[in-house]
Design a protein around this ligand. Structure first.
Ligand code: SF4
Length: 477
């Protein structure tokens, strides 16, 4: 893809809009221009592709109170219109190219607007498909009771376990397969536990209360029963009063009844056991090394251990899958009584095996699978409550969490919002510090890879100092 931009700095936005229409490597030229006259500004985009050329333009008044915002938005509209004319494609989320499509509805509802106002804005102004607009509004209405709380003196803890039994073909997560990095687990845990202790002390001195704990991966289920007890024991010793404790167990091939019992014993309230697709053949062809039987056994073992909130992740659009198979997967999870089902759309992530193999995602398969499964979820009483989008996702679709009444995860809502602080510990952890009602947001990143995290602990000390200073400036010790 080639781009030319003249007279403006909305380059990234314009290119992101165009990338929703064209895959990397497509022979296309997108030319955008801003020309400011005495009274008005002309924004335009021309797109050259496949022997065709389409152009779109919009005029903005120079004395508009929101001139810069108008220029940026309308330049995106021009790119969208020109790309749409050249390709004939309609996009489910219209002009929207951000990661949080429901945020607009949330903002409208929080500022006193109605659900109908939000819906109309998506459909009329942003050209979002009606069913996606409705879904964004549903997500927002599910989140409002949680996002309306005051989080100024509250935080959440994320703990990263970046190890997996093996690497799935579609995954780009900074996760080390246990075959290659098994010897790193113990030294990693030692540093992680120190970081958890230091973080707890810092939270206390900053006068914060911790609301939720989320241990994610990777595959946290890879830890042994003893390691699970040690890790969760430290969390319980240093953090109390949390209302939700999620352990993203992950893959069924590492599940044992003893590990689930240890997790229940440690006060974990919510667990994720992720099948992705209930087909041995498709799992195998996507390099996900567990079986359908192992998933069913793990789910049952988690229930027997006492978990009354089990999340299951699935992926729409996996190679070798079909829409029938995907709908059947979701139907079986509903029948099984999964409390929370997170539906992802396959995305071509850089540094995944599929990206290296230049896989072309089947957009139609992703769309048909997603739509068929979503109908089943709605019919069964699940409601979507959080949503995000990823680049290069099949059909430009979203990832969405659906829960039965009373089972939605507060952490999932908060971590996708700008409402509350999430302090992340471990390799790859990105801490988001939120203050002043969401007006101030600062991010602090730990090293990505376990070996760096282990070898350079000074980075952790520096990050903790930064967090300390952030809260000191706001009245903490
Ligand atoms: S998809 Fe999950 S289990 Fe597979 S490699 Fe990625 S993080 Fe690990």
């Amino acid at each position: 893809m080639k781009f030319e931009h003249i007279g403006h700095s909305y380059i990234q936005y314009a290119e992101n809009v165009a990338r929703m229409f064209f895959r990397d490597g497509t022979d296309v030229l997108v030319h955008t221009e801003l020309v400011r006259g005495d009274d008005t500004t002309r924004l335009s985009a021309s797109v050259f592709h496949d022997g065709r050329n389409e152009m779109a333009d919009i005029i903005v008044n120079n004395d508009s109170a929101s001139y810069i915002k108008d220029c940026k938005h309308n330049l995106g509209v021009c790119v969208f219109n020109a790309c749409r004319a050249v390709t004939g494609k309609e996009l489910p989320f219209g002009h929207l190219c951000g990661v949080r499509p429901a945020k607009i509805a949330t903002d409208i509802l929080l500022s006193g607007g109605s659900e109908e106002d939000a819906y109309r804005h998506y459909v009329d102004d942003l050209r979002v498909f009606p069913e996606k607009a409705r879904s964004c509004v549903t997500v927002a209405s599910e989140q409002i009771p949680i996002l309306s709380r005051d989080y100024e003196k509250r935080c959440n803890l994320y703990v990263s376990i970046p190890f997996c039994p093996s690497r799935c073909n579609y995954c780009s997560f900074v996760s080390h397969s246990i075959e290659r990095a098994g010897k790193l687990v113990e030294p990693y845990l030692a540093i992680l536990i120190d970081e958890i202790k230091s973080t707890a002390k810092l939270i206390q001195s900053a006068g914060l209360t911790n609301d939720t704990v989320y241990i994610g991966g990777g595959t946290p289920g890879i830890l042994s029963e003893e390691q699970i007890k040690r890790l969760c024991g430290v969390i319980n010793e240093y953090f109390d009063g949390y209302s939700e404790f999620t352990y993203e167990f992950g893959r069924a091939d590492v599940a044992t009844a003893e590990k689930f019992a240890a997790l229940i014993g440690a006060g974990v309230t919510r667990i994720c056991v992720n099948p992705q697709i209930l087909s041995d053949a498709v799992l195998e062809k996507n390099g996900r090394r567990h079986t359908v039987t192992q998933f069913y056994e793990a789910f049952e073992a988690a229930r027997i251990a006492g978990f009354d909130n089990i999340n299951c992740d699935v992926i729409a659009g996996l190679p070798y899958s079909t829409e029938e198979l995907f709908a059947d997967t979701v139907g079986r999870l509903i029948k099984l009584g999964a409390d929370d089902i997170t539906m992802h759309t396959l995305a071509l992530k850089r540094s995944s095996g599929y990206y290296e193999d230049s896989l072309v995602i089947d957009d139609g398969l992703a769309e048909r699978s997603f739509n068929a499964a979503e109908s089943l979820l709605h019919e069964a009483g699940y409601r979507e409550y959080y949503m995000y989008r990823q680049k290069r996702a099949g059909g430009n679709l979203e990832n969405k969490g659906y829960a039965l009444p009373g089972k939605k995860s507060v952490y999932n809502i908060l971590m996708m919002s700008d409402a509350a602080t999430v302090i992340s510990v471990g390799a790859g952890g990105i801490t988001k510090l939120v203050a002043d009602g969401g007006k101030t947001i600062k991010r602090v990143c730990n090293y990505k890879y376990p070996y760096e995290y282990i070898e350079k602990p000074d980075k952790i000390t520096d990050n903790l100092s930064f967090i300390k200073e952030f809260y000191k400036a706001r009245g903490g010790e």
